[in-house]
Design a protein around this ligand. Structure first.
Ligand SMILES: Cc1cc2nc3c(=O)[nH]c(=O)nc-3n(C[C@H](O)[C@H](O)[C@H](O)COP(=O)(O)O)c2cc1C
Length: 177
């Protein structure tokens, strides 16, 4: 299976990417092909809402979303990787999600598999409620097939994340998807 992994933290060697890397290691060991994209470093401008694309067409903006779009449409699974920012996705990955507008029909028609990976400082039971609800709503709307989530509660620093159970859980998820 072809898997595109969208990382989105400004901390290249931070907690969410650490969990993503464990997932990738497992997935590679199981023979999957991985395309990693660090959307934090990509030049992706926010959707202007002009809808010149008609929800399926060429976007008027010329930036890295052209190649990201192609990578997503070439893949069977999309992995959203985000630090928890004010209980939601990072702005960088939300910007990419908003740009789905220009290939909404293609994306919906593909019925892709998907995974969510996140890291948060908090460990309260409700820490990921809003992010999970948003992710599950995207899955429903875009006709994705949810293959699981790694939600790192109490993963506020790399040290906290490394000493948690989550890297191993991420590895196992990658290995078994
Ligand atoms: C702007 C900002 C907003 C944050 N918002 C939350 C939050 O709402 N809840 C939480 O538990 N942690 C929050 N955190 C902490 C990060 O989610 C946490 O440190 C995470 O491990 C960072 O992941 P990274 O190392 O991949 O960047 C926030 C951190 C920043 C910088």
């Amino acid at each position: 299976m072809k898997i595109v992994v969208l990382k989105s933290s400004g901390n290249t060697h931070g907690s969410s990417n650490l969990l993503a890397d464990a997932f990738i290691r497992g997935a590679k060991e199981s023979g999957h092909t991985i395309t990693e994209i660090d959307v934090y470093k990509a030049n992706v401008k926010p959707c202007t809402g002009c809808v010149a694309c008609g929800y399926e067409g060429t976007c008027v903006q010329r930036d890295d979303m052209t190649s990201i779009r192609q990578s997503i449409l070439d893949s069977d699974m999309i992995v959203f990787v985000t630090p928890l920012y004010y209980y939601g996705f990072s702005a960088q990955i939300k910007t990419v999600i908003d740009r789905f507008c220009a290939f909404n029909a293609s994306l919906t028609g593909k019925q892709m598999k998907s995974v969510l990976i996140s890291a948060a400082w908090n460990a309260d039971s409700w820490t990921f409620e809003a992010l999970e609800t948003h992710y599950k709503t995207l899955v429903r709307y875009l006709h994705f097939n949810d293959c699981g989530s790694i939600l790192g509660y109490g993963c506020g620093t790399v040290g906290m994340t490394e000493s948690s159970e989550y890297p191993q859980l991420a590895y196992k998820l990658g290995k078994t998807i």
